[in-house]
Design a protein around this ligand. Structure first.
Ligand code: SF4
Length: 318
């Protein structure tokens, strides 16, 4: 089944539901597909209820699915390391976009060892690039990564464990945050190949811009007295142990639990700085939307002079 340019293996989902003997299923869709819920509902063979809450990633599963027998989580691949209290079927979305790999792009990598990465949605396009590179005798490598990812070479906004040693690194996909995060995690330039726009370039200037913003946030927070430490109630973003460790070191901080973390809710709490142990993208990609200064846990330690700026690292959930 193809919806909005993404292929979904709905037959497999129906087979799994049948094997479970499920009578009713809860359907969870990311923002970009919510308006297409009717297509999914029409193609599922059993009674469907729709989850109306958020769906930022596979980390963000509902706390409860009522009397449904299973959840169908659409768009993302499974994240291991946490176990919801109900069965989950992950209905991954794979982009159907076809693209020509630019020859001038490929020529840059001849004679080098090249690592390839993508999000789950663009794995097929990454494999196409791998084929083209191999025809040109370019040596390619794909890192295994840790248990938070499902596929070798897959990156999440919070996990770049697929980073591997190579001469050059190529990210195939849309959006800039994943290749920037990867570049910061491995400490190397990442080449971006966007199969939708056929744009190609590197992360260098974007990484500089992000690091300048992070440095400014740390400098501002050094003047602040009131810090809160944020813990997410979303099952796959919960870094409670890290939050409690920070709190044990700095007793005048308060821990705050939140489900939906929005600028309005964070800013209304009145803290000058917030240490975010929830999704790292809130700090590194979205911080401009918050009046409260958002810090990663490691940036908090830099603010407290426990680490130096040279120790700055990408905040990841492993
Ligand atoms: S924690 Fe953030 S980056 Fe990681 S999977 Fe969830 S939404 Fe995506």
């Amino acid at each position: 089944m193809i919806v909005s340019g993404y292929r979904f293996d709905i037959d497999k989902a129906n087979q799994k539901l049948e094997q479970m003997g499920a009578q009713k299923v809860m359907l969870q869709l990311p923002d970009g597909l919510r308006r297409k819920s009717n297509v999914f509902i029409e193609n599922l063979n059993i009674d469907v209820e729709l989850w109306g809450g958020s769906c930022y990633g596979a980390c963000d599963l509902p706390g409860s699915i009522g009397d449904a027998d299973a959840l169908i989580h659409v768009g993302h691949s499974k994240i291991c390391g946490f176990k919801p209290e109900y069965p989950v079927i992950y209905l991954e979305g794979k982009s159907t976009v076809d693209f020509e790999v630019p020859e001038s792009f490929v020529e840059k990598f001849i004679g080098k060892r090249v690592a390839l990465y993508s999000t789950v949605q663009y794995i097929d396009q990454r494999d196409k690039l791998a084929e083209v590179l191999s025809e040109k005798k370019v040596d390619t490598v794909i890192g295994e990564g840790d248990r938070r990812i499902t596929y070798p070479g897959q990156v999440l906004g919070c996990n770049y464990s697929a980073g591997v040693d190579a001469d050059e690194h190529i990210y195939v996909g849309t959006g800039n945050f994943h290749p920037i995060g990867l570049a910061l995690s491995i400490g190397k330039t990442v080449h971006i190949l966007n199969p939708v726009t056929e744009f190609w370039g590197t992360t260098d200037s974007m990484v500089d811009k992000l690091l300048r913003r992070r440095f400014a946030s740390i400098v501002i927070s050094e003047e602040h007295d009131s810090f809160a430490i944020l813990i997410s109630k979303k099952i796959g973003q919960d870094r409670r142990e890290l939050a409690e460790h920070l709190k044990s070191k700095y007793k005048n901080c308060i821990i705050i639990h939140m489900d939906e973390i929005t600028p309005e809710r964070v800013d209304s709490l009145g803290f000058e700085s917030m240490v975010n142990t929830a999704c790292p993208r809130l700090t590194l990609d979205d911080s401009i939307r918050f009046k409260t200064v958002m810090l990663t846990p490691q940036e908090f330690l830099i603010t407290k002079k426990e680490l130096s700026w040279e120790n700055w690292e990408m905040d990841e959930i492993k």
